[in-house]
Design a protein around this ligand. Structure first.
Ligand SMILES: [Zn+2]
Ligand SMILES: [Zn+2]
Length: 171
């Protein structure tokens, strides 16, 4: 969903997006309704964007590989600044930076990709380490059992072997 700076009226533009069209679905799935709203205000060569996202993201646990739900209710504000290409080259193509609370995105044309911005905001908010619970015990590295649900005997075997086996052979 692309929007030109000129599409924004003087008193601002409010957009409500229902549905998952903008979700980066190659990264994760979701559960239930997805809603996002954005308000845009134009100030010359800048657009001031405030937005909110509400979605329940379904992630895979890094330890036990089970799916788990992570509700996300985000609010954000971004300063979109129109700059010339030379400026962007000097900044080595890095288009975003954070100053205090406000995120700044540099654009080389007066075009805003709302879906892209929503997807970015959500990805930034997700944890790097994805765990179903902080105490997740993960899978057993030997038999693959989900140690949150069942207990295997691998750790016992490990403690008694290999010396237990040697002992047996000797006797
Ligand atoms: Zn887990
Ligand atoms: Zn095991």
């Amino acid at each position: 969903m692309q929007l030109r700076f000129d599409d924004i009226p003087d008193d601002g533009l409010r957009i409500e997006i229902d549905g998952p069209a903008w979700l980066p679905t190659d990264e994760f799935s979701h559960s239930g309704p997805v809603s996002a709203r954005v308000f845009l205000e134009r100030r010359g060569k800048r657009v001031f964007l405030t937005g909110a996202i509400s979605v329940v993201v379904v992630l895979e646990c890094d330890r036990c590989v089970e799916s788990f739900m992570l509700p996300q209710h985000l609010e954000f504000s971004i300063d979109l600044e129109l700059v010339d290409k030379g400026f962007l080259n000097r900044a080595k193509g890095e288009y975003a930076c954070k100053s205090d609370e406000m995120e700044v995105i540099y654009l080389d044309e007066p075009l805003i990709d709302i879906h892209d911005i929503l997807a970015q905001q959500l990805l930034l908010a997700l944890p790097v380490k994805r765990l179903c619970t902080a105490e997740c015990r993960g899978l057993c590295s030997r038999c693959g059992i989900n140690r949150n649900l069942q207990q295997c005997r691998c750790s016992e075997d490990k403690r008694s072997s290999p010396f237990a086996v040697l002992k047996k052979l000797k006797s």
